[in-house]
Design a protein around this ligand. Structure first.
Ligand code: AMP
Length: 434
C-alpha cells in the first residue's frame, strides 16, 4: 500500500516522502480513505501509531482542494488536551502542508496572547489549539469559528479526564453543525462513547490497536520494593543497564521534582516535566531529552500525554498511576514504531490496590518479582493502601482483556515471585493549565 494509492494529492505524497515514510501505518490505511470520503470517524489510536498523519493528511487534502477564500477563515480546528500535544500536531500540519497553499498556527496557554492574536488576524486555514486559550481568544473577538469544516478532537479521553467537557461543549456551539468531525481516543470508556455519539454523525469506527490493551512489543515487569528504597533502585537500574534515555513517571508534581533532584545528586542528568513548570521549562526539558542531553525525563501523567518521543527503550513507573488507563498510556511511550521496549513498575505495599485496578483493566495478572538486595520488607507489604484508591474513569472501562506481558528476560539478580510557522515567539513564564 502506498500513500498515493490512498488518494492523497502529489503535494502531500511529496511531503510524506520528505518525512521518510515509505508506507502508511495501519491507522492511516484505514482512516485516510474514510476521511477523504467525507465521513465522520471515531478512531481508537494511541500516540505512536501515526494517528496524527492519519487525520492531518486527508484533512489537508480536502482543504486544499477547495481553497476559494481571499481572507482565510479558520476551516479546520484541531483540539488537543495539552500544550505539548498541540505543538506537536501543529508541527505535523506545518510539515505536511509544505507544498500546499495552507496556513496553520497553534495557540495554547502559558504564553503571551498578543502574537497569537496578530497571526490569527492575518488569516489561518488550520488552527491547532488547547480548549482554554481557544475560548479565551474567542471571547475577546480574536477569532471566529463560524466557517469550520473540520473539527478534530485529539486524545478526547484525556480532554474529558482533564475536565474540558464544558469547554468542548462551548466550542461545539461555536462551530457549524454542518462539518466533518474526527474523534481520536486511546481508551473507550462508556463516557467517551456517549460523548462521541453526541457529536459525530454516522461515524465509522477505526481501530489501530485493540482498546485498553497494552502494546504487544512492550516487555512489562513489576518489581516489588519498599517505598523508601525506590529512588535507590531506580538509580541502580539506570546505572547498571547503562540506559541513555529513560522516561520515569511519578504520580505527583512534587514527587517528580524530588526524584529529579536526587537523580542529579547521583550524577544522572534529569529534568522534570509537569503542570507547574512553565511552557519554556517543559519545552526545554523535552528538547534536552530528545537530543540526549538529558538522560532521564521525569514526568507526571498529564504532562507526558501525547509526547512524541520515538523509539523510547525504557519506561519506568516510579509510582503506579491512580487512574488505571494511565498505565496503558504510560507504557505506550515505549515499544513504538516497530522497536521493542521495556516498561518497569516499582510497586510498594501501599500501591497494591492500584496494581489490582491495572490488572483488572488489562484482564490479566501481572507477574511480580524483586531485585536482589531490594526485596520488599514485611512492614512495607503490609502497609495501608493509599487512601482514595484507584480512580475509575467514566463508569465503563470497556475491558476486553489484554495481551499478556512477556514475563522476564532472565537477567541476573532477579527473583521470580508469585503472581503556519508558529510565529509566536513570546516567552512568558506564567504557568497555567490549558
Ligand atoms: P503519532 O502517532 O501521530 O504521534 O506518530 C508517531 C510517530 O510516527 C511520529 O514520529 C511520526 O512522524 C511517525 N510516523 C507517522 N506516520 C508514519 C509512517 N507512515 N511511517 C513511519 N513513521 C510514521
Amino acid at each position: 500500500m502506498t500513500f498515493e494509492s490512498l488518494g492523497l494529492s502529489n503535494a502531500l505524497v511529496k511531503a510524506v516522502e520528505k518525512k521518510g515514510y515509505t508506507e502508511p501505518s495501519p491507522i492511516q490505511e484505514k482512516a485516510i480513505p474514510l476521511i477523504l470520503a467525507g465521513k465522520d470517524v471515531l478512531a481508537s489510536a494511541q500516540t505512536g501509531t501515526g494517528k496524527t498523519a492519519g487525520f492531518t493528511l486527508p484533512m489537508l487534502h480536502r482543504l486544499a482542494a477547495e481553497n476559494k477564500w481571499k481572507r482565510r477563515p479558520i476551516r479546520a480546528l484541531v483540539l488537543t488536551p495539552t500544550r505539548e500535544l498541540a505543538a506537536q500536531v501543529y508541527e505535523n500540519v506545518r510539515e505536511y502542508s509544505e507544498y500546499l497553499d495552507i496556513e496553520s498556527m497553534v495557540i495554547f496557554g502559558g504564553v503571551n496572547q498578543k502574537p497569537q492574536i496578530r497571526t490569527l488576524r492575518s488569516g489561518v486555514d488550520v488552527l491547532v489549539a488547547t480548549p482554554g486559550r481557544l475560548l479565551d481568544l474567542h471571547s475577546q473577538g480574536a477569532l471566529s469559528l463560524g466557517k469550520v469544516e473540520f473539527l478534530v478532537l485529539d486524545e478526547a479521553d484525556r480532554m474529558l479526564d482533564m475536565g474540558f467537557l464544558r469547554d468542548i461543549k462551548k466550542v461545539l456551539e461555536l462551530v457549524p453543525k454542518e462539518r466533518q468531525t474526527l474523534l481520536f481516543s486511546a481508551t473507550f470508556s462508556r463516557e467517551i462513547k456517549s460523548f462521541a455519539s453526541s457529536i459525530l454523525r454516522n461515524p465509522v469506527s477505526v481501530e489501530a490497536t485493540p482498546e485498553n490493551t497494552t502494546a504487544e512489543k512492550v516487555d512489562q515487569k513489576v518489581y516489588r520494593v519498599d517505598k523508601g528504597k525506590k529512588t535507590e533502585l531506580v538509580i541502580k537500574l539506570i546505572n547498571d543497564g547503562h540506559w541513555k534515555q529513560v522516561l520515569v513517571f511519578t504520580r505527583t508534581k512534587h514527587g517528580a521534582n524530588k526524584l529529579t533532584e536526587k537523580m542529579g545528586k547521583a550524577g544522572i542528568s534529569a529534568a522534570a516535566i509537569h503542570g507547574n513548570k512553565s511552557q519554556n521549562a517543559r519545552t526545554k526539558a523535552l528538547d534536552g531529552f530528545k537530543k540526549n542531553k538529558v538522560r532521564v525525563l521525569v514526568a507526571t501523567d498529564i504532562a507526558a500525554r501525547g509526547l512524541d518521543i520515538p523509539l523510547l527503550p525504557h519506561v519506568i513507573n516510579f509510582e503506579l498511576p491512580n487512574i488505571p488507563e494511565d498505565y496503558v498510556h504510560r507504557i505506550g511511550r515505549t515499544g513504538r514504531a516497530g522497536a521493542s521496549g521495556e516498561a518497569i513498575s516499582l510497586v510498594c505495599g501501599e500501591e497494591r490496590e492500584y496494581l489490582k485496578s491495572i490488572e483488572k483493566l488489562l484482564g490479566e495478572r501481572m507477574v511480580t518479582s524483586s531485585i536482589d538486595g531490594y526485596e520488599p520488607s514485611k512492614e512495607d507489604m503490609e502497609s495501608q493502601p493509599i487512601k482514595g484508591k484507584a480512580q475509575k474513569k467514566g463508569s465503563g472501562g470497556g475491558n476486553r482483556g489484554g495481551k499478556s506481558s512477556r514475563g522476564h528476560r532472565g537477567t541476573g539478580g532477579i527473583n521470580s515471585g508469585g503472581g503556519g510557522s508558529n510565529r509566536n515567539k513570546n516567552k512568558s513564564r506564567r504557568p497555567r493549565r490549558d
